[in-house]
Design a protein around this ligand. Structure first.
Ligand SMILES: [Zn+2]
Length: 311
């Protein structure tokens, strides 16, 4: 058996079969059952980092390990994801966004989704900052929403705001200021309740910007402000930070330096990769502790993952 760790990244959970955005509890259960049956260890992120990154193996078993993380703090995690993790006694770390929890905003990709499902016509032409776009009414997130999200993610915050404003005006559908039920995140009280059930929570910035697109001052506020907020609100927040979006173009050495200077010792990305075989205790790791890789979890049976870990 190999001695490697895969950190998995999830987002949403299906609260009913019609909910197409998330992992179904049934699929998650079959994955967890397979991992357990295969002898793969299910570790908390903090345990996994200590063992597989720093070689801190005081009495630990070694072997292949998997660690589950859930980003963005949607309410469906508590309703449809957590009971399944609990049934398998599987630790989970969730990364949350204080400005969204506080209701100051809701995620722009959800506002886009809201609009695209309510277009008055199958297609609509938009003109945003001199560029023309054809948007199509989406019946599910796989129709037009995903390419639109990738396109908008690469643009500036100002462009995204203009795009949504133009969409709102042309579609003649107002984006509500209160987040609709299907896009709701957990409240602080719900998060504290999850804490009592063993979930760890880590900071995922204040408002979920692409950190590499914002000024140094904003990047510092977004990162350290969110870390501080979790310390104020929660009993035992995770010491691990999670970069919004988390790909190579979304953060860099500037963000690593902000974390390091602020005393935050670890951060996870969304760049795929395995960790290990475990480092010697005290080994020189460079920036790896602030660039911990994660695999996007696609919910398919865990065979591929199992092969990856046991090969
Ligand atoms: Zn996120």
């Amino acid at each position: 058996m190999s001695d490697r760790l895969a950190v998995l990244m999830l987002h949403r959970f299906a609260t009913c079969p019609q909910h197409t955005k998330g992992h179904s509890p049934t699929d998650l259960r079959s994955v967890l059952a397979l991992l357990r049956a295969s002898g793969v260890r299910l570790l908390s992120l903090d345990e996994a980092i200590a063992e597989y990154l720093h070689g801190d193996r005081s009495g630990a078993a070694g072997g292949p390990a998997v660690c589950f993380t859930v980003d963005d703090g949607y309410r469906d995690f508590m309703d449809a994801g957590l009971p399944t993790f609990e049934a398998f006694d599987c630790p989970v770390t969730c990364f949350i966004v204080p400005d969204v929890i506080d209701g100051k905003t809701w995620f722009w990709w959800d506002r886009l989704d809201f609009m695209l499902r309510r277009l008055p016509a199958d297609q609509l032409a938009l003109n945003v900052q001199g560029e023309r776009f054809e948007v199509r009414r989406s019946t599910n997130e796989y129709s037009w929403q995903r390419p639109a999200v990738s396109m908008l993610k690469g643009r500036t915050e100002a462009f995204r705001a203009d795009f949504l404003a133009e969409l709102e005006a042309r579609a003649n559908v107002a984006i509500p200021s209160d987040v609709p039920e299907e896009y709701r995140v957990m409240t602080w009280d719900a998060i504290r309740e999850c804490e009592t059930r063993g979930v760890r929570f880590g900071a995922h910035s204040l408002s979920h910007p692409v950190l590499s697109q914002v000024s140094s001052t904003s990047a510092e506020q977004e990162i350290l402000g969110s870390v501080q907020r979790l310390k104020t609100e929660l009993r035992n927040p995770s010491s691990v930070f999670c970069y919004p979006y988390g790909l190579a173009s979304d953060f860099g050495s500037r963000e690593v330096e902000i974390l390091r200077a602020g005393g935050v010792t670890h951060a996870v990305s969304a760049m795929p990769g395995l960790i290990g075989p475990s480092a010697e205790k005290g080994a020189e790791l460079g920036e790896l502790p602030w660039r911990i890789p994660r695999f996007a979890f696609d919910g398919r049976p865990a065979m591929a993952l199992r092969q990856l870990l046991i090969a």
